[in-house]
Write a protein that binds this ligand. Structure first.
Ligand code: ADP
Length: 195
């Protein structure tokens, strides 16, 4: 299991779990949110252009996101596999990922869907706001991000369900509990995935 998408709403723990799972799978974790935040932090031209949009919790345009993702996947460390966190989020991004993988003669091994109810997610994001001070963790922007996820991103699960790629995991629990669940579903699907 080397090419994996970690899917789920904001606040469900994709960053935390993605980092740990990537280590377990021996692949790099690639978060488009982290890539964008690095641009904002470093004051690049792209970061300056996108900072208001990201702070408002809106999606970055597909053309920009897809270009950035394609460049990241072209780096040598992603050749043998990757874990994607926060990508794809739109139908266009699903199509672009399919296209990139087909060009490389590969395909996805699994889409791991982490789930939690909105009230749990909101509470976690508000707590993170106090700890980390992310510009998009204000109550209004959190609600907007959740609504955008439900409207634009959640329906994409059906596309991956049709390809029988989705593994569902309960995201409510301690980080260790959720990690164990992820390891378990992966092991069930492909016993040799974790060495
Ligand atoms: P979260 O999952 O909590 O919303 P992320 O760190 O994944 O946080 O993303 C933060 C922000 O970065 C998003 O609200 C959006 O503005 C932008 N972003 C990240 N990934 C994408 C993507 N695949 N498509 C469009 N915008 C994205």
């Amino acid at each position: 299991m080397k090419r994996v998408v970690l899917f789920g709403p904001p606040g469900v723990g994709k960053g935390t779990q993605g980092g740990r799972l990537a280590v377990a799978l021996g692949v790099p974790a690639i978060s488009t949110g982290d890539l964008f935040r690095a641009h904002v932090k470093n004051g690049t031209e792209l970061g300056t252009r996108l900072s208001a949009l990201i702070a408002a919790g809106d999606y970055v345009p597909d053309s920009i996101t897809n270009t950035m993702l394609a460049e990241r996947l072209a780096e040598p460390d992603a050749a043998a596999g990757f874990l994607l966190d926060g990508y794809p989020r739109t139908a266009d991004q699903v199509a672009e990922l399919d296209r990139l993988l087909a060009l490389a003669g590969t395909s996805l091994d699994a889409v791991l869907l982490l789930a939690a109810d909105d009230d749990v997610l909101e509470e976690r994001l508000l707590k993170r706001a106090a700890d980390q001070g992310r510009a998009d963790d204000t109550p209004e922007v959190i609600r907007h991000r959740l609504a955008l996820y439900h409207a634009e991103t959640e329906p994409l699960v059906a596309l991956y369900d049709a390809a029988d790629l989705v593994l569902r995991v309960d995201g409510v629990g301690t980080p260790d509990q959720v990690h164990e669940r992820l390891i378990e579903v992966i092991g069930q699907k492909e016993p040799s995935a974790l060495s």
